[in-house]
Ligand binder design. Structure first.
Ligand SMILES: Cc1cc2nc3c(=O)[nH]c(=O)nc-3n(C[C@H](O)[C@H](O)[C@H](O)COP(=O)(O)OP(=O)(O)OC[C@H]3O[C@@H](n4cnc5c(N)ncnc54)[C@H](O)[C@@H]3O)c2cc1C
Length: 332
């Protein structure tokens, strides 16, 4: 089984989600002997190449010779299509990031391949190719069968454990594909530059997410969200009203119409737990809710609940986390 893994990079480094994809591809190989080609770039550094080999990429193709127009999805999709054909790939893997979800359907259409988004586990069978996927924001599971020779799969971020699997990888270069203007998704658009807006951990990949809702009562209390997230090395998020109020500087809120996340720990600060919000966070492994209303619906979903006012609970919680990280000296 030949597997092509599309590796998203930013400023030369790979994201954790790329290592999840490689770990997934390695487990696929246990079902049927095969090889993994990682397609990455163009800004990839030597350290990253070594990292991809450590996580099981048998072959690493770095996209070389791309100009800034390459940033446009149509060109990327064309490059991936060409790589899949050249490598004879039967499975093309993407992560469920914004970019992955935009590229995968285009690549699938170009390859006339069946596509399954929302996968989180290995196929139930390879012949026929049958796999479970999450639907309705993770509330239900659908079992689907793909009949096309090539399959395009989108793996949910944070759904597959990262495992090292060092191999002696072969590296090579791959030319960027240029989308025909007639088939380009945005023919009139040229990318001039790409600028990072903040240094925060990406929301969809973060292990810890601290999220604020209308119960924060004002922009000035967003600092609680940022401080706790900073202490725990996590990302910040918010409910839709907090986003609408402009309290949340991040590029999105979570929920049915926002981002869908599955962190290890989700802190909900002053969030009621409306179904539309829960739709984006129900796959969290552990949920901690802080709310002054003991009857708030969020407590039905939370693993741990603190009933209290944000203004009283948060300074104490932040202090406790600081002390936990650096215990105060023991006075004898
Ligand atoms: C079609 C549709 C799609 C939607 N999509 C989304 C979505 O994707 N994401 C989303 O988040 N919402 C979405 N919504 C909105 C959703 O229905 C809720 O209105 C929203 O999630 C509520 O946000 P909230 O919990 O921050 O605010 P509220 O519901 O107002 O809850 C605030 C909570 O804070 C508590 N609180 C108040 N003051 C304090 C305090 N001082 N200390 C502690 N607790 C306090 C209150 O007890 C309350 O439980 C959608 C709605 C619709 C109709």
């Amino acid at each position: 089984m030949k597997i092509l893994v599309y590796i998203e990079t930013f400023e030369g480094t790979v994201r954790k989600s790329a290592l999840e994809l490689l770990s997934y591809a390695n487990d696929l190989k246990t079902l049927k002997k095969g090889s993994i080609t990682a397609l990455a770039g163009p800004q990839i550094n030597d350290e990253t190449i070594t990292c991809l080999a450590r996580y099981g990429a048998d072959k690493i193709l770095v996209i070389k010779g791309a100009d800034k127009s390459y940033s446009i999805s149509s060109s990327k999709a064309e490059t991936i299509r060409q790589a899949a054909i050249k490598e004879g790939s039967e499975i093309v893997l993407f992560t469920g990031s914004v970019a992955g979800k935009a590229l995968a359907p285009v690549v699938a259409a170009k390859l006339k391949a069946g596509m399954v988004p929302g996968i989180y586990t290995l196929p139930k069978s390879l012949e026929p190719f049958t796999i479970n996927k999450k639907v309705f924001s993770g509330k239900a599971i659908a079992t689907v069968t793909v009949k096309t020779p090539v399959k395009v799969l989108i793996l949910l971020p944070n759904s597959f454990a990262v495992k090292e699997n060092p191999v002696p990888a072969v590296t090579g270069e791959f030319p960027p594909g240029i989308a025909e203007p007639a088939t380009a998704m945005f023919p009139g658009i040229r990318i001039l530059d790409t600028i990072r807006t903040n240094d925060q951990t990406r929301l969809t990949e973060a292990g810890v997410v601290v999220s604020g809702g209308r119960g924060l009562s004002g922009r000035e209390n967003w600092r609680y969200v940022e401080e706790l997230a900073g202490l725990l090395g996590g990302a910040t998020a918010c409910s839709r009203p907090a986003y609408d109020e402009g309290w949340c500087p991040h590029d999105g809120y979570v929920g049915q119409t926002g981002k869908v996340i599955s962190p290890n720990v989700y802190f909900a600060l002053g969030i009621s737990g409306a179904v539309q919000h829960l739709a984006g966070i129900s796959s969290s492994r552990l949920m901690v809710a802080i709310n002054k209303d003991p009857d708030a619906p969020i407590f039905k979903s939370a693993d741990y609940g603190i009933i209290g006012d944000i203004q009283e609970v948060m300074p104490r919680l932040i202090e406790a986390v600081k002390n936990f990280k650096s215990p105060p000296p023991v006075i004898k």
